[in-house]
Design a protein around this ligand. Structure first.
Ligand code: G3H
Ligand code: 13P
Ligand code: ZN
Length: 309
């Protein structure tokens, strides 16, 4: 089976009131951990690559690893560019075999965002590739960009309708209170579900995307802290809120930080308990197993996508 786009996945997810996980990948162990989880749970899967991941691992290595995962498992996998900042990176990923790209014009004024999104949509659609865009602005850290809470803006429902109509984008990432990274809420976690419901009602059947959806599992934070990490105050989105979002037209849920925390916690544990260890397989292997466990949990308990492949 070749790589697939997210079109069918989102259609089924929308109708079935669940979401497909979009997990960030940077190397072989991460890909294998995620894919093993999806295979065991028979879940559809979006693997996403940021500009940073592309720079770190090199486009062709990631591409070939994902192709190997498909050949190995037969799973429907969509390969997606996460947070493409301009036409050029989207074009490079489309030309380089990705089946989905995100053009993230959310930091630009509305008209500029529309213009750049429309250009990418035109190029992508001519080549059978789908496009995610973003309207509204999440707080937090993405790549080298840090958005302060005061600069974050929630998505305006009327603008969302106009944006989708004028750009023809296939899915839309919205801002309703999640943020990137491990520190999402200082006090009580709150998402603007009224806004989400309004957008869903105004765009019936249309797939929405939620970024910044790590739950920041306390046990991984504790593990990191126990072995010298300093993650005090890290707090993610509660699981029940994500399940609820999946019932309100959110078809794609982005998770990266949880994987980072899980992997790092395990590597720290290995080094702390076996200080003489120097075989990378002896710490990357357990980290890969830990990722599999984490993503199985996500697929079953947070996304509801188990058995939907
Ligand atoms: O939203 C950003 C993702 O977590 C990717 O992070 O750009 O550091 O690879 P990165
Ligand atoms: P987290 O930092 O919450 O994992 O969000 C990841 C994300 O939105 C990637 O695009
Ligand atoms: Zn994101």
């Amino acid at each position: 089976m070749p790589l697939v786009t997210s079109t069918e996945m989102f259609k089924k997810a929308y109708e079935g009131h669940y979401a497909v996980g979009a997990f960030n990948v940077n190397n072989m162990e991460i890909i294998q951990g995620i894919v093993a989880a999806a295979q065991q749970e028979k879940s559809p899967l979006i693997l996403q690559v940021s500009a940073g991941a592309r720079k770190y691992a090199n486009h062709i290595y990631l591409m070939k690893l994902v192709e190997a995962a498909i050949e190995d498992t037969g799973l429907p996998i969509c390969l997606h560019l996460d947070h493409g900042e301009d036409f050029d990176i989207c074009k490079a990923c489309i030309d380089g075999g990705f089946t989905s790209v995100m053009i993230d014009g959310s930091k630009h004024p509305f008209e500029e965002n529309i213009e750049m999104t429309r250009r990418v949509v035109e190029y992508a659609h001519e080549r059978g590739v789908v496009v995610e865009a973003e309207l509204g602005r999440l707080a937090g850290v993405e790549d080298a960009v840090k958005v302060n809470t005061k600069d974050a803006t929630y998505t305006d429902p009327d603008q969302a309708v106009e944006f989708v109509e004028r750009t023809g984008c296939d899915s839309l990432a919205i801002a309703i209170g999640t943020s990137h990274g491990a520190y999402k809420f200082k006090g009580k976690p709150e998402l603007d579900f009224a806004r989400l419901e309004k957008i869903t009602n105004m765009l019936p059947g249309y797939p929405l995307v939620l970024h910044g959806a790590s739950t920041v599992i306390p046990s991984f934070v504790e593990e990191c802290n126990k072995y010298g990490g300093k993650l005090d105050g890290a707090q993610g989105v509660p699981e029940d809120m994500l399940l609820q979002a999946g019932k309100f037209g959110v078809c794609k849920i982005n998770i990266d930080s949880d994987g980072r925390l899980a992997m790092t916690a395990k590597v720290r544990e290995v080094f702390a308990t076996k200080p003489a260890e120097f075989d990378p397989r002896k710490y990357l292997g357990p980290a890969r197993d830990e990722l599999k466990k984490l993503y199985m949990h996500k697929v079953v308990n947070v996304l509801g996508s188990a058995g939907k492949a």
